[in-house]
Ligand binder design. Structure first.
Ligand SMILES: [Zn+2]
Length: 128
């Protein structure tokens, strides 16, 4: 590791940049995320916990990935956690497809998140 700034500061900056680059939506599931506080989404914390914006390394640090804008995307906490829970962690493209498939089957985020209109219209079939 080099550089003068502590890593978490760098990561925080990269995360915020990725967040605005992606229009506040998760790289994988496209749900709207919150960056500083869950009220940004109009949801209470207990419901918005998994929608926190995290910095996701496309190539994991342990595989030689770097804290660099090209290697960092903004992902919701759920997508981030679940990817790294899989062993070995799937590559980002494959994982994105996996998430999208479950999303379409409404098996990714909780129902109240789907109902809150936090996904792009194209990702959800019309709720009644
Ligand atoms: Zn996500």
């Amino acid at each position: 590791m080099s550089g003068n700034m502590p890593n978490n500061h760098v990561r925080k900056t990269l995360r915020a940049q990725a967040f605005s680059r992606q229009d506040g939506r998760c790289h994988y599931c496209k749900v709207r995320m919150w960056l500083h506080c869950p009220e940004e989404l109009g949801l209470p914390l207990n419901r918005a916990a998994k929608l926190r914006c995290t910095a996701e390394h496309l190539q994991a640090l342990c595989d030689g990935g770097q804290d660099h804008p090209d290697n960092i995307v903004a992902a919701c906490l759920r997508c981030n956690e679940m990817r790294h829970r899989m062993h070995p962690a799937p590559d980002p493209v494959r994982y994105g497809k996996h998430v999208q498939r479950l999303q379409r089957a409404k098996q990714w985020h909780r129902q109240y998140i789907l109902a809150a209109g936090l996904l792009p219209a194209s990702e959800v079939s019309h709720p009644r």
